[in-house]
Design a protein around this ligand. Structure first.
Ligand code: E4P
Length: 219
């Protein structure tokens, strides 16, 4: 399973990259705004900076919501760097644009997906990635992980190659469960990825090993 980091924060992207576990980056307009990145030129330069840190795909989301505008904006984003994946919302014109980008060899990430039917449409349009938002489903008392399971079943039934990119990941067990269900990619904040490291028995065991080593060395 690939690990993407879900942030526009350059130092966190670098930290995940340096850990050796980073396969790509996802951003969205809210994450860019959180880092204080505003204005067209700053946003473009920030995408370029992200692409220089990671070796993997970088999702850059369009703001446009009509077909012609999505195509214009998406083509401009795709030209920025070979690692850019155009992130397109799950709306009618978005699906049409994904089909267009696919025909031009431009990678896409279909975002804001909350149902298996939407994921089926994204696959039929040829999206490179589909992003089901599991945490936001959990937030409204709907099981986000069941959606991952349903999409996996549907894609496997028909051999769709669209990669399931589990998004809106809130805790480390989401990552583990997505891996068990066969998600192709998980995107998560750095804190959630780092959460996988934690186990009290590891901490206690290491402390004991180091203490025993020091005791033996002092003899
Ligand atoms: C996905 O690509 C989105 O950027 C993200 O995962 C949304 O997560 P949130 O629900 O925590 O905002």
């Amino acid at each position: 399973m690939k690990f993407f980091i879900d942030t526009a924060n350059l130092s966190q992207i670098k930290e995940a990259h340096d850990m050796g576990v980073l396969d790509g980056v996802t951003t969205n307009p809210s994450l860019m705004a959180k880092e204080g990145i505003t204005g067209h030129d700053n946003i473009i330069n920030h995408y370029k900076a992200i692409c220089e840190i990671t070796d993997g795909d970088v999702s850059a989301e369009v703001i446009a919501t009509t077909f012609d505008e999505i195509v214009t904006e998406g083509e401009a984003l795709a030209k920025l760097h070979k690692r850019i994946v155009v992130k397109v919302p799950m709306i009618k014109d978005g699906v049409k644009a994904i089909k267009y980008f696919t025909s031009k060899g431009i990678k896409t990430n279909c975002t804001l997906v909350f149902s298996a039917g939407q994921a089926l449409l994204a696959a039929k349009a040829g999206a490179t990635y589909v992003s089901p938002f599991i945490g936001r489903l959990d937030d409204i008392s709907t099981d986000g992980l069941t959606l991952i399971e349903d999409i996996r079943t549907i894609y496997d039934n028909y051999g769709y190659t669209t990669q399931i990119l589990a998004a809106s990941v809130r805790h480390s067990m989401h990552i583990v469960e997505c891996a068990k269900l066969g998600a192709d990619v998980v995107t998560a904040p750095l804190s959630v990825i780092a959460g996988l490291l934690k186990h009290p028995l590891t901490d206690n065991g290491l402390a004991q090993f180091l203490a025993d080593y020091a005791k033996a060395a002092a003899k």
